[in-house]
Design a protein around this ligand. Structure first.
Ligand SMILES: Nc1ncnc2c1ncn2[C@@H]1O[C@H](COP(=O)(O)OP(=O)(O)OP(=O)(O)O)[C@@H](O)[C@H]1O
Length: 253
């Protein structure tokens, strides 16, 4: 697959002959230096951008637009939840996008089930402005999951929350991933986050290098913020990724 943007009469080649097979059920993080094409790759997979040449195949079909079964969670969660809706109404909005006919009672029960899954029980009738950043991000995650996606695409979803909330949300996301058996594609700048969460990591080189490194993260699941970080492989994988990205960032400054 190739992806070239045309800006001000110039061509920007982001991917040149890029190819990668995503394993169903994996937790794949995409890391790499700034501007290497991480978000573009997610947009290509989600059908929000189309490749200039080649194709992206999902469920045996070339993607020609946002496919059913994939949900995109953006970084700026405050912009993607409705401030005039309560928690439960925001989550119900996810159900309505599915266009399946279900009764009011069933819709409420399903919303409550996902509210429980993300640990927001008791906050059903709160408005986003009455919630912390981490809680708002939970609403976004619940709204995405209620659509029962096969693939969840997340572009730096935790970058705007504080370190402790991020650690809690990371554990929550792993629990959900294991419970629901979905595939997650996760863009992050943070190599520690990538190693903690992922079963697979791809490191992209400065465009248009494409795939620079592929890493299988063999740390056992379930992972734990305290125990997993003590594992010596955790530290060595983190160093390896950091070195690879930092050397490219530095070379370009
Ligand atoms: N819609 C667009 N039109 C033109 N150029 C674009 C567009 N989207 C992305 N690009 C260019 O493609 C390249 C890759 O951008 P992308 O946002 O995918 O990188 P990234 O790795 O996610 O960056 P960062 O880590 O800084 O968020 C950049 O040079 C960017 O300017």
């Amino acid at each position: 697959m190739n992806k070239v943007f045309h800006v001000n009469k110039k061509n920007i080649t982001v991917f040149d002959n890029f190819s990668y097979d995503i394993q169903e059920g994996s937790f794949l993080s995409i890391v790499g230096p700034s501007g290497c094409g991480k978000s573009t790759l997610l947009k290509l997979v989600s059908g929000l951008e189309m490749p200039t040449d080649g194709q992206i195949v999902f469920d045996g079909q070339a993607i020609a637009g946002p496919p059913k079964g994939m949900i995109y969670v953006f970084q700026q969660y405050t912009k993607s939840i409705f401030p005039w809706y309560t928690v439960i109404e925001n989550i119900e909005f996810g159900l309505r996008t599915q266009k399946k006919k279900i009764s009011k009672q069933e819709a409420r029960e399903r919303c409550l089930q996902y509210i429980k899954l993300v640990g927001l029980e008791g906050y059903e009738d709160y408005y986003p402005s009455q919630l912390s950043g981490g809680m708002q991000q939970r609403v976004v995650i619940a709204r995405a999951l209620i659509c029962e996606p096969k693939v969840l695409l997340m572009d730096e979803p935790f970058s705007a929350v504080d370190a402790m909330t991020r650690a809690i949300l990371q554990e929550l996301l792993l629990e959900i991933w294991q419970k629901l058996d979905i595939t997650i594609l996760f863009v992050t700048h943070d190599v520690e986050e990538a190693v903690f969460l992922s079963s697979h990591i791809i490191s992209l080189g400065k465009a248009p290098i494409g795939l620079k490194e592929e890493m299988l993260v063999t740390l056992p699941y379930p992972r734990d913020q305290i125990e997993t970080r003590k594992n010596k492989h955790f530290t060595s994988m983190q160093h390896q990724l950091f070195e690879s990205i930092f050397s490219q960032e530095k070379g370009h400054l």
